[in-house]
Design a binder for this molecule. Structure first.
Ligand SMILES: Nc1ncnc2c1ncn2[C@@H]1O[C@H](COP(=O)(O)OP(=O)(O)OP(=O)(O)O)[C@@H](O)[C@H]1O
Ligand SMILES: [Mg+2]
Length: 315
């Protein structure tokens, strides 16, 4: 059967309004100036979808935005990157999510209005959407209450429809970490937390004990460790991999989501987990060479050129 897409991404969408070179922290009753400003497509799910599409995969996105300027912006940005937006719903009664980011020095402050992302739920994901793809990726569990305690149902449905699956649950802003991994992970082929997320989720102090805690529930787990690289845990074997170190990081926005895109790009081509791991690290490193989460990725050939010239990677 011909599939509509290689990967269907279910997740949150928002714009990022980034204020750079802000004079100082905001203060009640006062006005501060920022020397630079950028409006860009935000959200973990969108960065993943965009970069996977730039690498050459057919990607569909399921999400909710408002019927407003920011909603149109999200849609246009995804389309520009080649992502199929037919499953994007523009709601009349809620606004598109937005994060205002204030950068001053190495510090930042953020305010997010979740808006329409609060309204995407399990019943929005139809069987036709799932069966039209080969792989399901879900990101940002804690930002989407429509999936609270129901994510196992979505992943179970995907598995029954014959898809492979991946999950990046991301950070919990409430820091409660009440995600029932025992119910969900059996249906997740690739689990992609970062190190602190995994430790908080399992309520353990070391990676070894955290991995033991999820062992028996999860399948392949990849643990992202910032500029220290990442770990691959598969078949009870732990492999540590150093990053393709970028000494001149422009920013690390979306490095984790780019890692996910690189890993899944290879995984759905049937490549071994070890080689997916290498490619995840590579795509993450490339994302740190340009501002924001998606700028570094034009297309596959251009990405491989950066890989060769900056990181000595040869296919
Ligand atoms: N300085 C760097 N040089 C090269 N690669 C890097 C660097 N910093 C991070 N990376 C790569 O980025 C990957 C993801 O990093 P990180 O641990 O920040 O993920 P994350 O916290 O999930 O990110 P996100 O904020 O996008 O969710 C790392 O595993 C590594 O491969
Ligand atoms: Mg992350």
């Amino acid at each position: 059967m011909i599939k509509r897409s290689d990967v269907i991404v279910v997740g949150e969408l928002n714009v990022d309004l980034i204020m750079n070179q802000v004079e100082s922290f905001p203060e009640k009753g006062k006005e501060k100036l920022a020397n630079e400003m950028t409006l860009t497509l935000g959200s973990s799910s969108a960065i993943f979808a965009s970069n996977l599409s730039s690498l050459g995969m057919k990607v569909s996105f399921v999400g909710k935005v408002g019927n407003d300027i920011f909603g149109n912006f999200c849609k246009d940005q995804l389309r520009e990157k080649g992502v199929d937006t037919s499953f994007l719903v523009q709601c009349e009664d809620v606004k598109t999510g937005a994060t205002v980011i204030l950068n001053f020095g190495d510090d930042r402050a953020m305010v997010t209005h979740q808006g329409a992302m609060l309204h995407l739920g399990i019943s929005d994901i139809t069987s036709e959407m799932l069966s039209g793809a080969r792989h399901l990726h879900f990101s940002s569990y804690y930002l989407q209450p429509g999936f609270k305690d129901k994510l196992d149902v979505l992943f179970q449905r995907a598995k029954h429809a014959g898809l492979t699956t991946s999950l990046d649950m991301q950070w919990d802003p409430a820091e409660k970490w009440d995600f029932d991994f025992k119910k969900v992970l059996p249906y997740v082929d690739i689990f992609l937390p970062n190190e602190s997320e995994l430790l908080y989720l399992t309520r353990r102090n070391t990676i070894d004990t955290a991995l033991q805690t999820i062992n028996g529930y999860g399948n392949i787990t990849v643990v992202k460790q910032g500029n220290r690289g990442s770990l691959l845990y598969a078949d009870r074997k732990l492999v540590s991999r150093k990053p393709f170190l970028n000494e001149n990081v422009v920013d690390a926005i979306g490095a984790g989501d780019s890692f996910n895109a690189g890993f899944i790009f290879k995984f759905i081509q049937g490549v071994s987990p070890e080689d997916c791991h290498v490619f995840g690290n590579l795509v993450a490193a490339i994302s740190t060479t340009a501002a924001g989460g998606t700028t570094a990725f034009l297309n596959y050939v251009a990405t491989m050129k950066i890989a060769k010239e900056k990181f000595g990677y040869a296919e």
